[in-house]
Design a protein. Structure first.
Length: 214
């Protein structure tokens, strides 16, 4: 199999590959980092709309593809859901910001690690939206696994990550190849409110006041 690409991509390059949509914030990260809690809370703080990926029409099939499908089948399921969400977002009224809970970088990095292959070669970037800004939330392995166990939300793939810590580290390494495309926040020692405060501060510091003031 082809080895994953090591070239670092930034947000400007991704915008050139895809369709830039202003006012969209993507929150990425492995399960257990507090991603969904932070995304929902940030949406409340900014009076923004919130959507989780995959969306409702795909979510009913999520368990099947997570637990019963081969990695490549799972990859294309999530990739198609990314295309569908992009199409929906491009049609929406963008008078309010939009927070997207997980998007295409999760799809690529998860499956690069699972398959030891550069899955970005399958991606039609011209069919994908590219956001105003991306956050990548991280936490140390023990914290992340502990949070998932407490919630009882381990899918088959998450069990694989728990049993094979090397694989989890490979996923983070894949995210690292896109490190110039996002702002990273370590949630290990932060409570949910502190995570959102940090995200809000980053938006202000990086001159995204238009998102805050909408």
């Amino acid at each position: 199999m082809n080895q994953p690409a090591t070239k670092t991509r930034d947000l400007i390059e991704l915008r050139e590959l895809g369709i830039y949509v202003p006012g969209v914030i993507v929150v990425e990260g492995l399960d257990g980092v507090g991603k969904s809690t932070a995304a929902k809370s940030l949406a409340e703080r900014l009076n923004a709309d919130y959507v989780a990926s995959p969306t409702k029409e795909f979510a009913k099939l999520k368990d099947v593809f997570d637990n019963e499908s081969a990695p490549l089948e799972r990859f294309f399921f999530y990739l198609i859901s990314n295309y569908s969400l992009s199409k929906q977002v491009m049609k929406r009224d963008n008078s309010k910001p939009l927070i997207i809970d997980r998007f295409v970088l999760s799809t690529i990095t998860y499956h690069n690690a699972l398959m030891n292959e550069d899955t970005s070669k399958y991606v039609r970037w011209d069919k994908l939206l590219n956001p105003e800004i991306m956050f990548h939330l991280v936490a140390d392995e023990e914290t992340r696994i502990s949070r998932m166990n407490i919630r009882g939300e381990l899918s088959r793939t998450d069990v694989i990550f728990e049993e094979n810590r090397t694989l989890g580290r490979r996923i983070e390494s894949e995210f690292e190849s896109y490190r110039n495309a996002y702002i990273e926040i370590d949630t290990t020692r932060l409570n949910p409110q502190e995570v959102v405060d940090r995200m809000h501060k980053e938006l202000k510091n990086r001159d995204y006041s238009c998102l805050i003031q909408r």
